[in-house]
Design a protein around this ligand. Structure first.
Ligand code: PLP
Length: 400
Protein backbone atom coordinates (compact mmCIF):
# COMPACT_ATOMS: atom_id res chain seq x y z
CA UNK A 1 0.00 0.00 0.00
CA UNK A 2 1.01 3.59 -0.56
CA UNK A 3 1.31 5.99 2.39
CA UNK A 4 -2.40 6.89 2.26
CA UNK A 5 -3.38 3.24 2.17
CA UNK A 6 -3.98 2.76 -1.56
CA UNK A 7 -2.98 -0.21 -3.65
CA UNK A 8 -3.01 0.06 -7.41
CA UNK A 9 -6.46 -1.16 -8.51
CA UNK A 10 -5.68 -2.79 -11.83
CA UNK A 11 -8.20 -1.85 -14.45
CA UNK A 12 -10.86 -0.16 -12.28
CA UNK A 13 -10.52 3.23 -13.97
CA UNK A 14 -10.76 1.65 -17.41
CA UNK A 15 -13.71 -0.58 -16.46
CA UNK A 16 -15.55 2.37 -14.89
CA UNK A 17 -15.28 4.29 -18.17
CA UNK A 18 -15.81 1.50 -20.72
CA UNK A 19 -17.80 -1.41 -19.21
CA UNK A 20 -21.38 -1.31 -20.52
CA UNK A 21 -20.71 1.88 -22.54
CA UNK A 22 -20.52 0.61 -26.14
CA UNK A 23 -21.81 2.91 -28.93
CA UNK A 24 -25.48 2.49 -29.82
CA UNK A 25 -25.61 -0.05 -32.73
CA UNK A 26 -28.73 1.58 -34.26
CA UNK A 27 -27.35 5.13 -34.59
CA UNK A 28 -23.62 4.99 -33.75
CA UNK A 29 -24.25 7.41 -30.87
CA UNK A 30 -21.08 7.30 -28.77
CA UNK A 31 -23.06 7.77 -25.56
CA UNK A 32 -25.73 5.25 -24.51
CA UNK A 33 -29.13 6.91 -25.23
CA UNK A 34 -31.79 7.52 -22.58
CA UNK A 35 -34.66 5.23 -23.56
CA UNK A 36 -37.49 7.40 -22.21
CA UNK A 37 -40.28 4.96 -22.86
CA UNK A 38 -42.55 2.85 -20.72
CA UNK A 39 -43.20 0.15 -23.34
CA UNK A 40 -41.51 -1.45 -26.36
CA UNK A 41 -43.33 -2.07 -29.66
CA UNK A 42 -43.91 -5.56 -31.12
CA UNK A 43 -44.51 -6.29 -34.82
CA UNK A 44 -46.61 -9.42 -34.20
CA UNK A 45 -48.61 -11.10 -31.43
CA UNK A 46 -46.39 -14.17 -31.87
CA UNK A 47 -43.25 -12.07 -31.16
CA UNK A 48 -44.93 -10.58 -28.10
CA UNK A 49 -45.94 -14.04 -26.78
CA UNK A 50 -42.45 -15.40 -27.38
CA UNK A 51 -40.94 -12.41 -25.55
CA UNK A 52 -43.24 -12.80 -22.53
CA UNK A 53 -42.25 -16.47 -22.46
CA UNK A 54 -38.61 -15.32 -22.15
CA UNK A 55 -37.46 -16.71 -25.49
CA UNK A 56 -36.37 -13.61 -27.44
CA UNK A 57 -34.36 -11.38 -25.05
CA UNK A 58 -36.36 -8.34 -26.26
CA UNK A 59 -37.49 -5.56 -23.94
CA UNK A 60 -41.17 -5.45 -22.92
CA UNK A 61 -41.95 -2.76 -20.36
CA UNK A 62 -39.67 -0.42 -18.40
CA UNK A 63 -40.72 -1.74 -14.97
CA UNK A 64 -39.39 -5.14 -16.14
CA UNK A 65 -36.19 -3.83 -17.76
CA UNK A 66 -34.97 -0.96 -19.94
CA UNK A 67 -31.81 -0.76 -22.12
CA UNK A 68 -30.57 2.39 -20.35
CA UNK A 69 -30.37 0.47 -17.06
CA UNK A 70 -27.92 -2.01 -18.53
CA UNK A 71 -25.03 0.49 -18.78
CA UNK A 72 -24.60 1.01 -15.02
CA UNK A 73 -25.47 -2.64 -14.28
CA UNK A 74 -22.62 -3.81 -16.51
CA UNK A 75 -20.23 -1.28 -14.97
CA UNK A 76 -20.98 -2.43 -11.43
CA UNK A 77 -20.80 -6.16 -12.30
CA UNK A 78 -17.40 -5.55 -13.98
CA UNK A 79 -16.10 -3.54 -11.00
CA UNK A 80 -17.30 -6.07 -8.40
CA UNK A 81 -15.42 -8.65 -10.49
CA UNK A 82 -17.30 -11.83 -9.50
CA UNK A 83 -16.77 -13.49 -12.91
CA UNK A 84 -19.18 -14.19 -15.79
CA UNK A 85 -22.02 -15.63 -13.65
CA UNK A 86 -22.50 -12.51 -11.51
CA UNK A 87 -24.75 -9.70 -12.75
CA UNK A 88 -26.01 -6.45 -11.22
CA UNK A 89 -29.68 -5.51 -10.96
CA UNK A 90 -30.50 -1.80 -10.61
CA UNK A 91 -33.20 -0.63 -8.19
CA UNK A 92 -34.84 2.69 -7.34
CA UNK A 93 -33.03 2.94 -3.96
CA UNK A 94 -30.61 1.14 -1.68
CA UNK A 95 -33.54 0.07 0.51
CA UNK A 96 -35.38 -1.42 -2.50
CA UNK A 97 -32.19 -3.35 -3.30
CA UNK A 98 -31.83 -4.64 0.29
CA UNK A 99 -35.52 -5.65 0.36
CA UNK A 100 -35.18 -7.61 -2.88
CA UNK A 101 -31.97 -9.33 -1.69
CA UNK A 102 -33.65 -10.41 1.58
CA UNK A 103 -36.84 -11.58 -0.13
CA UNK A 104 -34.78 -13.55 -2.66
CA UNK A 105 -32.67 -15.30 -0.01
CA UNK A 106 -35.35 -15.95 2.64
CA UNK A 107 -38.86 -17.34 2.87
CA UNK A 108 -41.35 -17.83 5.72
CA UNK A 109 -39.76 -19.89 8.51
CA UNK A 110 -36.18 -18.88 7.60
CA UNK A 111 -33.70 -17.27 9.96
CA UNK A 112 -31.25 -14.42 9.23
CA UNK A 113 -28.12 -13.44 11.16
CA UNK A 114 -27.45 -9.73 10.70
CA UNK A 115 -24.59 -7.55 11.84
CA UNK A 116 -25.58 -5.40 14.82
CA UNK A 117 -23.94 -2.21 13.49
CA UNK A 118 -25.65 -1.94 10.08
CA UNK A 119 -27.34 1.19 8.67
CA UNK A 120 -30.29 2.22 10.89
CA UNK A 121 -32.76 2.02 8.00
CA UNK A 122 -31.79 -1.62 7.43
CA UNK A 123 -32.20 -2.39 11.15
CA UNK A 124 -35.65 -0.79 10.96
CA UNK A 125 -36.57 -2.87 7.89
CA UNK A 126 -35.46 -6.10 9.59
CA UNK A 127 -37.47 -5.30 12.74
CA UNK A 128 -40.64 -4.11 11.00
CA UNK A 129 -40.88 -6.29 7.88
CA UNK A 130 -39.24 -9.69 8.54
CA UNK A 131 -41.65 -10.72 11.35
CA UNK A 132 -44.63 -9.92 9.11
CA UNK A 133 -43.17 -12.32 6.52
CA UNK A 134 -42.67 -15.11 9.09
CA UNK A 135 -38.88 -14.68 9.12
CA UNK A 136 -36.69 -14.29 12.22
CA UNK A 137 -33.44 -12.42 12.75
CA UNK A 138 -30.66 -12.37 15.34
CA UNK A 139 -27.91 -9.77 15.56
CA UNK A 140 -24.17 -10.29 16.17
CA UNK A 141 -21.56 -7.56 16.43
CA UNK A 142 -18.76 -7.27 13.85
CA UNK A 143 -16.34 -8.80 16.37
CA UNK A 144 -18.71 -11.71 17.13
CA UNK A 145 -19.31 -12.42 13.44
CA UNK A 146 -15.56 -12.64 12.80
CA UNK A 147 -15.32 -15.35 15.50
CA UNK A 148 -16.34 -18.74 13.90
CA UNK A 149 -17.38 -20.35 17.20
CA UNK A 150 -19.66 -17.43 18.08
CA UNK A 151 -21.23 -17.45 14.59
CA UNK A 152 -21.82 -21.23 14.68
CA UNK A 153 -23.48 -20.89 18.10
CA UNK A 154 -25.89 -18.24 16.76
CA UNK A 155 -26.89 -20.33 13.73
CA UNK A 156 -30.05 -22.47 13.65
CA UNK A 157 -31.09 -25.19 11.18
CA UNK A 158 -33.30 -22.51 9.52
CA UNK A 159 -30.43 -19.99 9.07
CA UNK A 160 -30.33 -19.22 5.34
CA UNK A 161 -28.41 -15.93 5.15
CA UNK A 162 -25.95 -13.65 6.94
CA UNK A 163 -26.11 -9.90 6.32
CA UNK A 164 -22.94 -7.83 6.74
CA UNK A 165 -21.93 -4.19 6.30
CA UNK A 166 -18.16 -3.69 6.38
CA UNK A 167 -16.90 -1.09 7.05
CA UNK A 168 -20.22 -0.13 8.60
CA UNK A 169 -22.03 3.18 8.85
CA UNK A 170 -21.15 5.21 10.97
CA UNK A 171 -18.80 3.38 13.39
CA UNK A 172 -16.53 2.02 10.62
CA UNK A 173 -16.26 -1.37 12.34
CA UNK A 174 -14.77 -4.07 10.16
CA UNK A 175 -15.81 -7.73 9.73
CA UNK A 176 -13.36 -10.40 8.59
CA UNK A 177 -15.34 -11.24 5.47
CA UNK A 178 -13.42 -14.38 4.40
CA UNK A 179 -13.77 -15.91 7.89
CA UNK A 180 -17.54 -15.29 7.91
CA UNK A 181 -17.87 -16.80 4.41
CA UNK A 182 -15.93 -19.94 5.45
CA UNK A 183 -18.23 -20.55 8.44
CA UNK A 184 -21.33 -19.66 6.40
CA UNK A 185 -20.45 -22.36 3.84
CA UNK A 186 -20.40 -24.97 6.65
CA UNK A 187 -23.81 -23.69 7.77
CA UNK A 188 -25.31 -23.60 4.27
CA UNK A 189 -26.07 -19.87 4.58
CA UNK A 190 -25.54 -17.22 1.87
CA UNK A 191 -23.41 -14.20 2.84
CA UNK A 192 -24.86 -10.87 1.68
CA UNK A 193 -22.90 -7.68 2.20
CA UNK A 194 -23.77 -4.01 1.94
CA UNK A 195 -20.62 -2.70 0.21
CA UNK A 196 -21.79 0.93 0.05
CA UNK A 197 -19.10 2.47 2.28
CA UNK A 198 -16.12 0.71 0.72
CA UNK A 199 -17.38 0.91 -2.91
CA UNK A 200 -16.14 -1.68 -5.42
CA UNK A 201 -12.99 0.43 -5.83
CA UNK A 202 -11.76 -0.50 -2.35
CA UNK A 203 -13.40 -3.86 -1.63
CA UNK A 204 -14.53 -6.78 -3.80
CA UNK A 205 -16.60 -9.05 -1.51
CA UNK A 206 -17.40 -11.62 -4.23
CA UNK A 207 -13.67 -12.40 -4.37
CA UNK A 208 -13.75 -12.95 -0.59
CA UNK A 209 -16.58 -15.52 -0.85
CA UNK A 210 -19.82 -13.48 -0.53
CA UNK A 211 -22.80 -14.58 -2.65
CA UNK A 212 -24.58 -11.22 -2.79
CA UNK A 213 -23.34 -7.61 -2.85
CA UNK A 214 -25.74 -4.73 -2.17
CA UNK A 215 -25.16 -1.00 -2.76
CA UNK A 216 -26.95 2.18 -1.98
CA UNK A 217 -25.90 3.70 -5.34
CA UNK A 218 -27.18 6.99 -3.92
CA UNK A 219 -23.75 7.34 -2.28
CA UNK A 220 -20.38 6.79 -4.01
CA UNK A 221 -21.69 5.21 -7.22
CA UNK A 222 -23.87 8.22 -8.09
CA UNK A 223 -21.47 10.44 -6.18
CA UNK A 224 -23.05 13.88 -6.68
CA UNK A 225 -25.84 13.89 -4.05
CA UNK A 226 -28.44 14.20 -6.80
CA UNK A 227 -30.13 10.83 -7.30
CA UNK A 228 -31.37 7.81 -5.34
CA UNK A 229 -30.65 4.27 -6.56
CA UNK A 230 -29.52 0.83 -5.42
CA UNK A 231 -27.98 -2.38 -6.78
CA UNK A 232 -27.86 -6.07 -5.97
CA UNK A 233 -25.11 -8.21 -7.54
CA UNK A 234 -25.75 -11.97 -7.50
CA UNK A 235 -25.64 -15.12 -9.62
CA UNK A 236 -27.72 -18.21 -10.45
CA UNK A 237 -31.08 -18.79 -8.80
CA UNK A 238 -30.71 -15.84 -6.42
CA UNK A 239 -30.12 -13.52 -9.38
CA UNK A 240 -33.21 -14.86 -11.18
CA UNK A 241 -35.33 -14.27 -8.05
CA UNK A 242 -33.91 -10.76 -7.60
CA UNK A 243 -34.78 -9.86 -11.21
CA UNK A 244 -38.30 -11.22 -10.73
CA UNK A 245 -38.63 -9.23 -7.48
CA UNK A 246 -37.84 -5.99 -9.33
CA UNK A 247 -40.83 -6.76 -11.53
CA UNK A 248 -43.06 -7.93 -8.66
CA UNK A 249 -42.21 -5.19 -6.13
CA UNK A 250 -41.89 -2.46 -8.76
CA UNK A 251 -38.62 -0.98 -7.50
CA UNK A 252 -37.24 -0.08 -10.95
CA UNK A 253 -35.21 3.10 -11.52
CA UNK A 254 -36.36 5.75 -13.98
CA UNK A 255 -34.26 5.63 -17.21
CA UNK A 256 -33.15 9.29 -16.90
CA UNK A 257 -31.79 8.68 -13.40
CA UNK A 258 -30.15 5.45 -14.65
CA UNK A 259 -28.40 7.42 -17.38
CA UNK A 260 -27.11 9.99 -14.86
CA UNK A 261 -25.91 7.14 -12.64
CA UNK A 262 -23.94 5.50 -15.48
CA UNK A 263 -22.36 8.85 -16.37
CA UNK A 264 -21.30 9.36 -12.75
CA UNK A 265 -19.90 5.86 -12.41
CA UNK A 266 -17.33 6.67 -15.13
CA UNK A 267 -15.49 8.85 -12.60
CA UNK A 268 -16.01 6.52 -9.62
CA UNK A 269 -12.38 5.43 -9.27
CA UNK A 270 -11.05 9.01 -9.52
CA UNK A 271 -13.53 10.32 -6.95
CA UNK A 272 -13.09 7.48 -4.46
CA UNK A 273 -9.29 7.71 -4.57
CA UNK A 274 -9.40 11.49 -3.99
CA UNK A 275 -11.95 11.14 -1.14
CA UNK A 276 -9.96 8.37 0.58
CA UNK A 277 -6.72 10.30 0.24
CA UNK A 278 -8.36 13.35 1.88
CA UNK A 279 -10.07 11.23 4.58
CA UNK A 280 -6.74 9.73 5.65
CA UNK A 281 -5.23 13.23 6.05
CA UNK A 282 -8.29 14.47 7.97
CA UNK A 283 -8.32 11.39 10.25
CA UNK A 284 -4.63 11.82 11.05
CA UNK A 285 -5.09 15.51 11.84
CA UNK A 286 -8.21 14.99 14.01
CA UNK A 287 -6.48 12.20 15.93
CA UNK A 288 -3.77 14.65 17.01
CA UNK A 289 -6.20 17.41 17.99
CA UNK A 290 -6.51 17.96 21.76
CA UNK A 291 -10.28 18.61 21.53
CA UNK A 292 -10.95 15.26 19.82
CA UNK A 293 -11.29 12.20 22.07
CA UNK A 294 -11.46 9.40 19.47
CA UNK A 295 -11.36 8.99 15.71
CA UNK A 296 -12.89 5.93 14.02
CA UNK A 297 -11.22 5.33 10.65
CA UNK A 298 -10.00 1.91 9.45
CA UNK A 299 -6.92 3.53 7.90
CA UNK A 300 -5.54 4.50 11.32
CA UNK A 301 -3.33 1.83 12.96
CA UNK A 302 -5.18 2.58 16.23
CA UNK A 303 -8.49 1.34 14.72
CA UNK A 304 -9.36 -2.17 16.04
CA UNK A 305 -10.17 -3.40 12.50
CA UNK A 306 -7.12 -1.83 10.83
CA UNK A 307 -5.23 -5.05 10.12
CA UNK A 308 -8.27 -6.84 8.70
CA UNK A 309 -9.18 -3.77 6.61
CA UNK A 310 -5.61 -3.57 5.26
CA UNK A 311 -5.89 -7.25 4.19
CA UNK A 312 -9.32 -7.19 2.58
CA UNK A 313 -9.53 -3.62 1.23
CA UNK A 314 -7.30 -1.74 -1.21
CA UNK A 315 -8.00 1.65 0.40
CA UNK A 316 -9.86 2.84 3.50
CA UNK A 317 -12.60 5.03 2.06
CA UNK A 318 -13.90 8.56 2.56
CA UNK A 319 -15.98 8.17 5.74
CA UNK A 320 -14.77 8.65 9.29
CA UNK A 321 -16.46 9.36 12.59
CA UNK A 322 -15.21 10.91 15.81
CA UNK A 323 -16.10 12.05 19.31
CA UNK A 324 -15.14 15.35 20.90
CA UNK A 325 -13.30 15.43 24.22
CA UNK A 326 -16.04 17.62 25.76
CA UNK A 327 -19.34 15.72 25.99
CA UNK A 328 -22.46 17.44 24.65
CA UNK A 329 -20.54 19.73 22.27
CA UNK A 330 -21.36 17.90 19.00
CA UNK A 331 -24.29 20.22 18.03
CA UNK A 332 -22.23 23.39 18.66
CA UNK A 333 -19.33 21.99 16.67
CA UNK A 334 -21.29 20.89 13.56
CA UNK A 335 -23.30 24.14 13.55
CA UNK A 336 -20.03 26.15 13.62
CA UNK A 337 -18.72 24.56 10.40
CA UNK A 338 -18.90 26.83 7.35
CA UNK A 339 -17.52 24.95 4.32
CA UNK A 340 -18.83 21.60 5.55
CA UNK A 341 -22.62 21.40 5.52
CA UNK A 342 -24.80 19.17 7.69
CA UNK A 343 -26.44 16.70 5.29
CA UNK A 344 -27.74 13.22 6.20
CA UNK A 345 -26.10 11.40 3.28
CA UNK A 346 -22.53 10.63 2.17
CA UNK A 347 -20.32 9.86 -0.79
CA UNK A 348 -20.78 13.16 -2.67
CA UNK A 349 -18.15 15.56 -4.00
CA UNK A 350 -18.55 17.98 -1.08
CA UNK A 351 -17.47 17.16 2.46
CA UNK A 352 -20.57 16.79 4.65
CA UNK A 353 -21.16 16.16 8.31
CA UNK A 354 -23.97 14.57 10.31
CA UNK A 355 -24.80 13.39 13.82
CA UNK A 356 -26.02 9.79 13.27
CA UNK A 357 -28.05 9.66 16.52
CA UNK A 358 -30.10 12.56 15.09
CA UNK A 359 -30.27 11.26 11.50
CA UNK A 360 -29.38 7.84 10.00
CA UNK A 361 -29.94 6.03 13.34
CA UNK A 362 -32.60 8.35 14.82
CA UNK A 363 -35.31 5.68 14.42
CA UNK A 364 -33.53 3.37 16.93
CA UNK A 365 -33.72 3.56 20.73
CA UNK A 366 -30.73 5.10 22.60
CA UNK A 367 -30.01 1.60 24.06
CA UNK A 368 -29.94 0.05 20.58
CA UNK A 369 -27.66 2.84 19.36
CA UNK A 370 -25.33 2.30 22.32
CA UNK A 371 -25.15 -1.44 21.47
CA UNK A 372 -24.03 -0.38 17.98
CA UNK A 373 -21.40 2.00 19.39
CA UNK A 374 -23.31 5.15 18.38
CA UNK A 375 -23.26 7.69 21.20
CA UNK A 376 -25.40 10.85 21.07
CA UNK A 377 -22.17 12.81 20.41
CA UNK A 378 -20.76 10.71 17.56
CA UNK A 379 -20.03 12.90 14.51
CA UNK A 380 -19.77 11.38 11.02
CA UNK A 381 -17.79 13.06 8.29
CA UNK A 382 -18.06 12.20 4.59
CA UNK A 383 -14.88 13.61 3.13
CA UNK A 384 -15.16 15.12 -0.35
CA UNK A 385 -12.76 16.02 -3.13
CA UNK A 386 -12.01 19.62 -2.07
CA UNK A 387 -8.48 20.81 -1.19
CA UNK A 388 -7.76 18.89 1.98
CA UNK A 389 -6.23 22.00 3.58
CA UNK A 390 -9.61 23.78 3.25
CA UNK A 391 -11.46 20.85 4.87
CA UNK A 392 -8.99 20.72 7.77
CA UNK A 393 -9.06 24.52 8.21
CA UNK A 394 -12.88 24.46 8.56
CA UNK A 395 -12.72 21.60 11.11
CA UNK A 396 -9.96 23.29 13.14
CA UNK A 397 -11.76 26.63 13.14
CA UNK A 398 -14.97 24.99 14.43
CA UNK A 399 -13.02 23.00 17.02
CA UNK A 400 -11.41 26.24 18.17
N1 PLP B 1 -26.89 1.08 3.04
C1 PLP B 1 -26.18 2.02 3.66
C2 PLP B 1 -24.84 1.67 4.22
C3 PLP B 1 -26.68 3.32 3.80
O1 PLP B 1 -25.95 4.24 4.45
C4 PLP B 1 -27.95 3.64 3.26
C5 PLP B 1 -28.51 5.00 3.37
O2 PLP B 1 -27.95 5.87 3.97
C6 PLP B 1 -28.68 2.62 2.62
C7 PLP B 1 -28.12 1.37 2.51
C8 PLP B 1 -30.03 2.89 2.03
O3 PLP B 1 -29.87 3.47 0.77
P1 PLP B 1 -30.93 4.47 0.07
O4 PLP B 1 -31.03 5.70 0.90
O5 PLP B 1 -30.35 4.66 -1.29
O6 PLP B 1 -32.23 3.71 0.01
Amino acid sequence: MAEDGHQADAGARTLAVHAGSAPDPATGSEGVPVHRTTGFAFPTVREMTETFAGRTGRFIYTRFDNPTLRESEEKLAALEDGGPHFHAVLFSSGMAAITAALMAALQAGDHLIAQEEIYGGTTGLLGRVLPRCGMTCDFLTAAELSEPRRLRAAARPATRAILLESPCNPTLRVVEIEAVCRTARELGAAVMIDNTLASPIHQKPLKLGCEVVIHSATKYLAGHDDLTAGFVVASGELLARIRQLRIDLGGCLDPSAAWLLARSMKTLALRVHAQSHNAMAVAQRLQQHPKVARVHYPGLPSHPGHEIAARQMTGFGGILSFELAAEGNAPRFVEALRLIRMVPTFGGLATTVTVPAASSHFCLSPERRRAMGIGEDLIRLSVGIEEVSDIIADLERALG
